[in-house]
Design a protein around this ligand. Structure first.
Ligand code: SF4
Length: 215
């Protein structure tokens, strides 16, 4: 069993409620979407086929208990749920970031899924599988990447559809597009509307150069 892998590296987790923790990232090759603001276009094609056993061996060399499987879109490769299952069985805490277009129920419930919901400025809202809102477990989190007021209004509408019975409270992230949306403006909108969401800044882009790969 093999997966096409773009890169494996360790860094500080920059996103989600796990932000700030050391984490090993497995970036899988390929994405079925083309978001207007995509900062990982290099992952669309580049990569090498690796056996799952070799991927796990590389991960173990970092001696880090937290692993994130990301992309691209990790769920367009059939063997991704197998990799996640085997990592969980090895005792890792596993996160998976997905673009929200694929059914997340194919992934082991012990994995914490960070599910993007694409807003209008991405140009990809028609690909959102909103059925995922009913498939969230109480480990999972939802993220909206917001570039402008239209995106904010869309995200507000969707937040009302999130079933609180299936979901950990306060784990909806509103993330400003780096360099396009002022975090301060987004903060003001959230406060004015009394939204119980998290303003989400990409910590790795604060620590390192925003264009730097592998951080
Ligand atoms: S889903 Fe992610 S990797 Fe795919 S095009 Fe959008 S931003 Fe890029």
């Amino acid at each position: 069993m093999a997966l096409k892998v773009n890169e494996i590296y360790s860094s500080i987790q920059g996103e989600s409620s796990y932000a700030g923790r050391p984490c090993v990232f497995v970036r899988l090759t390929g994405c079925n979407l083309r978001c207007s603001y995509c900062d990982t276009q290099y992952a669309y094609e580049e990569g090498e086929e690796l056996e799952i056993a070799d991927i796990i061996k590389q991960i173990s060399s970092y001696q880090c208990p937290l692993v994130e499987v990301t992309g691209g879109e990790p769920l367009i490769q059939e063997e991704t749920p197998v990799l996640i299952y085997l990592l969980l069985e090895e005792g890792y805490e596993v996160l998976m970031e997905t673009n929200g277009s694929q059914d997340i129920s194919q992934v082991d419930d012990r994995c914490m899924k960070i599910v993007d919901i694409k807003c209008p400025s991405s140009g990809q809202t028609s690909h959102n599988d909103l059925g995922n809102l009913e498939r969230l477990t109480d480990r999972d989190e939802v993220k909206f990447v917001i570039a402008d007021r239209g995106d904010y209004e869309y995200a507000k509408q969707i937040v009302n559809l999130v079933n609180p019975n299936h979901f950990r409270e306060n784990q909806v992230h509103f993330s400003p597009v780096f360099g396009k949306m002022e975090p301060k403006t987004l903060a003001e909108w959230i406060l004015k509307d009394h939204l119980d969401v998290r303003l989400h800044l990409q910590l790795h882009k604060v620590i390192w150069d925003s264009d730097q790969r592998g951080v």
